[in-house]
Design a binder for this molecule. Structure first.
Ligand code: 13P
Ligand code: SF4
Length: 312
């Protein structure tokens, strides 16, 4: 409650109405944010929501590249991110200027660049098509057959897509610091404790971990997999926020956090930057706002639109 006796959630809902705002939240957000959001989903679902919303303001509860994607698709709308420090180690592993000079040095390869959505607007602007973990296989299957493929920035997701499609690609050597904390040993240990629970892992995990999984998929597909599977308990090998989403959607099942070497579950420090208080303040002040140079935004929009077309 604040001084005038208004609950924080009520305050957010009132501000949302006054601003004609929509609150979009990624599956890794803290549960209080997931519970107040209009839509909770994976990167693909959030991009589709951002592309179709009628709201004037998009309050994006996720990380920076996600809110940038919303801005790229909505240049005339106000896009706010509760905490600008909400970055991404994977996005940081591929700076736009490093990719640009790589492409210049290897111009003879005439790369078709497929960028995982976890990258900056600058990297998107250098790419031919964007993908998410939910559509990466479909996007790579539709890549021109006569071009060399360069996949940036996640080496593990790229390697998984190669295994699924049989299409060779050169892989940028980037990684998600959260998913790389899961190890073969940590997952083998939890599996011994729960031998009947299928292991469901995100494709950003290392190959040694993916090989132990019964299912490898995006965060959103984890829900569909668990919903239709007869098992009562599942080991979830991804960021901890996903457990709240799964427990809310499937209250009759048990979800066990896949442990890392050092921890019982895995938190993304960037995703956890956002709080209800910061969301309230962002809606009140319309800050921090996501702004982009128009030339970069317009160029980055092309590969995102291509992705949306190719995954429709
Ligand atoms: P999803 O698109 O599967 O939700 O993944 C986003 C992400 O940041 C994974 O670390
Ligand atoms: Fe980036 Fe990994 Fe956090 Fe996802 S979980 S936002 S890939 S650092």
């Amino acid at each position: 409650m604040n001084a005038s006796g208004v609950d924080l959630v009520d305050e957010i809902l009132q501000l949302k109405k006054a601003r004609n705002a929509v609150i979009l939240a990624h599956n890794y957000q803290v549960k209080e944010i997931q519970d107040v959001a209009d839509f909770v989903g994976d990167s693909l679902g959030l991009s589709i929501q951002a592309a179709t919303t009628q709201a004037d303001v998009i309050a994006f509860c996720g990380v920076h590249f996600m809110s940038e994607t919303a801005k790229i698709l909505n240049p005339s709308k106000t896009v706010i991110l509760p905490d600008l420090e909400a970055g991404c180690s994977l996005s940081d592993s591929c700076p736009a200027e490093v990719l640009e000079s790589y492409l210049q040095r290897h111009a003879d390869k005439n790369y078709y660049v497929i960028a995982y959505i976890n990258c900056s607007a600058g990297v998107k602007a250098l790419s031919d098509v964007i993908c998410t973990s939910g559509n990466a296989v479909r996007i790579v299957q539709q890549a021109p057959a006569d071009r060399n493929l360069l996949f940036v920035p996640d080496e593990n997701l790229g390697q998984w897509v190669i295994e699924q499609t049989g299409r060779p690609m050169e892989l940028w050597k980037g990684g998600c610091y959260v998913h790389l904390e899961f190890t073969r040993q940590s997952i083998e240990r939890i599996r011994k404790e729960h031998p009947d629970a299928p292991v469901v892992a995100h494709p950003e995990c290392a190959r040694a971990v993916r090989l132990l999984a019964d299912e490898v998929c995006s965060t959103e597909r984890m829900i569909g997999y668990c919903r239709t599977h007869p098992a009562k308990a599942f080991i979830i090998v991804t960021e901890s926020g996903m457990l709240h989403r799964l427990r809310r959607e499937l209250p009759d099942r048990t979800f066990i956090a896949g442990p890392t070497e050092n921890c019982a579950c895995a938190d993304c420090r960037f995703m956890k930057c956002n709080t209800l208080e910061k969301l309230r303040d962002a809606l009140a002040t319309l800050q921090p706002e996501i702004l982009l140079p128009e030339a970069v935004r317009a160029r980055a929009e092309l590969p995102i639109r291509r992705m949306l077309e190719q995954s429709a």
